[in-house]
Structure formats: structure tokens, C-alpha cells
Design a protein around this ligand. Structure first.
Ligand code: EPZ
Length: 415
């Protein structure tokens, strides 16, 4: 399927942020940690959640859907994942099955996790974290197996604040004998949301400075929990509003997560207001260029860097570096088909003022696809954005929300 967009229309109106993709995915897999039902409210209807629920169902987790969009999971009849769990290769978050399986089964095997293709996405930090806790790790080109029925508390330092490795260390340390300490952990909002979720389950996890203290063997009970809002989804709409010269309010936003984008808006001259849990962007008389480095929290979030490139093309330009993913710039080639004036070098793109024209382009990945849609909303004329399924992995009802904001957009079979 593809998005068909006729650009040049300022976005106007109000929407609410969906549940956070990168918070709900670890929560879904963490349902394996407790004896009892876990009910999640505000679960986003996105592709990656569908894959995660399919994986858990194949493992024997009882999954039921409430009429209100809630999902209830009960892992009491579940069995350990095996290489046969082919869907695991579709998403990166399936890596969390390793930590959750060590907790519940003392072992687990999955195909090598997939996700957006930003070059090689190693799991060496995950492996070393598990080895530090006393688990075994075996891998080949296609799959990974972990084993460890008697994990012990450990003090482990991450060489880089990896989101995934932080999540996996926490999940495995919760079944270790004694206390573990993780130094240099990732502090993204969705990681701290998982910590809050696990604390509500009964886990003893305490962040203190650069260290995360985790006590193993605490009994964990089922719970009901509301998935926190997705700052990346919210930021994508705010950037699109600013790029099209519109006025849009996004509700359900937490200041701590959206503040790096608001700082960037301030530098670029994008008028905005943050009130309560809502951000409103207003039309700008003049936009200024800037330069941004995407970095681990509290830096500018890497997942908003691709859409920001489009906004930057509406100004005198600037440079966007990505210190997290040096190879997530393949979307630039597609934007150049729409008239973007840019020059890429390893880990960065220099953007100059551009006049975007409609074109037929293909989404390379989730956030790159969102950037192409943003560009099509700005461009003069019609665009076709192929790879709608990649964008649907992380954005719930993307076309519907944009249509509600006045965009001339529809989904169609790929022409
Ligand atoms: C999570 O990916 C997110 N995915 C990504 O969002 C996000 O871009 C990323 O964190 C950074 O914030 C999910 O939460 C499902 P990392 P993850 O481990 O966990 C290197 C989106 O669009 N690294 O923090 O894979 C790695 O190569 C997606 O929603 C190792 O070298 O990210 C990268 O350069 C895209 N060895 C850096 O660390 C490892 O063992 C960041 O990786 C692990 C990571």
C-alpha cells in the first residue's frame, strides 16, 4: 500500500498522542515476568504491537482484547520461545524475549531480531550484560539462545546508554539472586516508563545518579497499567505542522520528553505554546536555520531527526548529526527525488533551503517514511509514498490523523 498526498495545505486542528511504541513493547514482553494477568490500556494499534502479540500468543500467552482498546495478557501457560518463532526477526523489540525468557524459563531462543535497517545492529551489550549475570549466550548468523537457571546479582557498566541492553539487563536481573547495579543505563522516557511499570508489579528498582539498583527474586504480580504517550509520534505531527505553516495542537505530551524538540523550535523561530499536557504550534513568519545533534537522552531524540530534516529545508538550512545511528540517512536519497538540497556524510546531513515538489518515493524505514510523508505534505503537487506498512509499524492511523488535520491524503494500493 502507499500514501497518496497532494501537498501545500497547512495542517490545522487537534489530535491526541497514541500510546508509546517503545514503552508498550517492553511492557508486553515483561508480562512474562509475573503470575497473573497484565492489562494494558491505551495500547497503540501499530504493526510492531501486532507482531509482539503474535509472538506471545505463539508462546502460549493468553492474549485478550478489551472493547476499549485494552489488551490483557496471562503468561501462566506460556512456554519458552524457540528458533521457530519466525516473526521475531521482524522487530527489534523481540530481543526483550531473551531477558524475559531468562526470568520465566531460565532459557530461550529466538531468531536474530530485526527492525529498521540502519546497518548492522549488534547485540554485544545485551550479551555481555547477560554473561555478567551468569547466563550463557550462544549465537549464529540467524539466531540467539540464552540459558541460565541460577543467575547472580552483578555490577555491570554499559559502554553506551543502549535502550535495548538496559531493558534486557533489568528483565534478567529481576530473577538473579541478590542485588544488581547497572551503570550508564539509558534514561529515555520509555525506559523509565518500563521501570515504573515493573515497580508497580512489585519490582525493587531504584535509579540513583548514574546507577540503577535492581533487587532480584522479588515476587511480581499482575496489574493494570496505562501506556504513556508517544513523544516521537507527537513530535512528528508538531514538525509536520511547523513545516506546512499550520496551527496544530497535540494533546497527551510530557514536557520532559518533548522539551528537546521545543528547544529546537525556539532556535528555528517556530512559535509554540506548552500548556498542561498539550503543545500547540503556530504559523511562523520567518523560520531560521539551525544545527542539531541527535543523541541519547536528554539529547535530541534520534527518532525525530528524519522529519526534522524536512522542516530544516524550509529554512536557510543547517546540519543534522546523528550520534546514535550513523546509518539512518537513506531517507535523504528519497527526499532528494522531491527536490531536497542536501549533502550526506558519515553520520550527518547538511541541508540547504529547498523547494519541494511532489514525487514517487519509497519509505526505507519507519521514521524515514514519516519524513517522506512530511515532505509530501509540504511539497507542491502530488506524491506517492510507497511502503505504507513500514510507517504503520509505529504510527497508529497516520493517514486518518493527518486527514483530520486537513491533509489531502489517502491510502491506496501501490500504483
Ligand atoms: C531503541 O532501539 C528504539 N527501538 C529505537 O527506535 C531508537 O532509535 C533507539 O532505541 C535509540 O533511542 C525500540 O525501542 C524498539 P540502542 P535499540 O540499543 O534498543 C548500538 C524507532 O524508530 N548498540 O539504544 O536497538 C547501536 O548499534 C526505533 O522507534 C551496540 O553497539 O537502540 C546503536 O548505534 C528505531 N550494541 C546504539 O548502540 C548493542 O548491543 C543505540 O542502540 C546495542 C546497541
Amino acid at each position: 500500500m502507499a500514501f497518496l498526498i497532494c501537498g501545500g495545505v497547512p495542517l490545522v486542528g487537534e489530535i491526541r498522542a497514541q500510546g508509546a511504541k517503545n514503552a508498550v513493547l517492553p511492557m508486553l514482553f515483561a508480562s512474562l515476568l509475573c503470575e497473573g494477568g497484565v492489562t494494558l490500556y491505551g495500547v497503540p494499534q501499530i504493526g510492531d504491537v501486532g507482531v509482539a502479540l503474535s509472538l506471545l500468543t505463539q508462546m502460549g500467552v493468553a492474549v485478550s482484547h478489551g472493547g476499549d482498546g485494552s489488551v490483557t495478557l496471562d503468561a501462566r501457560a506460556a512456554s519458552a520461545p524457540t528458533y521457530a518463532l519466525a516473526d521475531a526477526a521482524a522487530i527489534r523489540a523481540s530481543a526483550y524475549l531473551l531477558g524475559a525468557s531468562l526470568f520465566r524459563f531460565g532459557e530461550g531462543a529466538i531468531p536474530y531480531p530485526g527492525g529498521c535497517s540502519f546497518g548492522k545492529r549488534p547485540l554485544d551489550y545485551h550479551k555481555n550484560a547477560f554473561l555478567a549475570l551468569g547466563a550463557e549466550w550462544e549465537e549464529d548468523e540467524t539466531s540467539i539462545r540464552v540459558r541460565g537457571r541460577h543467575l547472580h546479582g552483578a555490577r555491570f557498566s554499559l559502554p553506551y546508554p543502549s535502550v535495548g541492553a538496559t531493558v534486557n539487563f533489568i528483565l534478567a536481573a529481576l530473577c538473579a539472586e541478590g542485588e544488581s547495579v547497572l551503570y550508564g543505563f539509558a534514561r529515555e522516557g520509555h525506559v523509565m516508563d518500563l521501570v515504573a511499570f515493573l515497580q508497580r508489579m512489585g519490582a525493587f528498582i531504584r535509579p540513583e545518579g548514574n546507577a540503577l539498583y535492581i533487587r532480584g527474586k522479588c515476587p511480581l504480580a499482575g496489574l493494570s497499567y496505562t501506556v504513556p504517550p508517544d513523544a516521537v509520534e507527537a513530535g512528528t505531527y508538531l514538525i509536520a505542522a511547523a513545516a506546512t505553516g499550520g496551527e496544530v495542537t497535540v494533546r497527551g505530551v510530557r514536557y520532559g520528553e518533548i522539551s528537546p524538540l521545543l528547544l529546537c523550535f525556539g532556535e528555528m523561530g517556530v512559535p509554540f505554546r506548552f500548556l498542561g499536557d498539550a503543545v500547540t504550534v503556530y504559523p511562523a513568519r520567518h523560520l531560521r536555520g539551525t544545527s542539531v545533534s541527535a543523541a541519547p537522552y536528554p539529547g535530541f531524540p534520534t527518532d525525530l531527526h528524519p522529519p526534522l530534516t524536512v522542516l530544516l529545508s524550509r529554512t536557510a538550512g543547517g546540519v543534522i548529526c546523528d550520534l546514535v545511528w550513523h546509518d539512518r540517512f537513506s531517507y535523504v536519497n528519497e527526499l532528494e527525488k522531491m527536490g531536497l538540497c542536501a549533502c550526506c556524510s558519515k553520520g550527518s546531513v547538511r541541508v540547504r533551503q529547498s523547494c519541494l515538489q511532489g514525487a514517487t518515493v519509497t519509505a526505507p524505514d519507519l521514521r524515514g517514511g514519516a519524513a517522506l510523508v512530511t515532505a509530501a505534505l509540504v511539497a507542491r503537487g502530488e506524491s506517492v509514498i510507497r511502503g505504507e506498512h513500514l510507517i504503520a509499524r509505529g504510527y497508529e492511523g497516520f493517514a486518518e490523523k493527518l486527514y483530520r488535520l486537513g491533509a489531502n491524503i489517502r491510502i491506496s494500493a501501490e500504483p
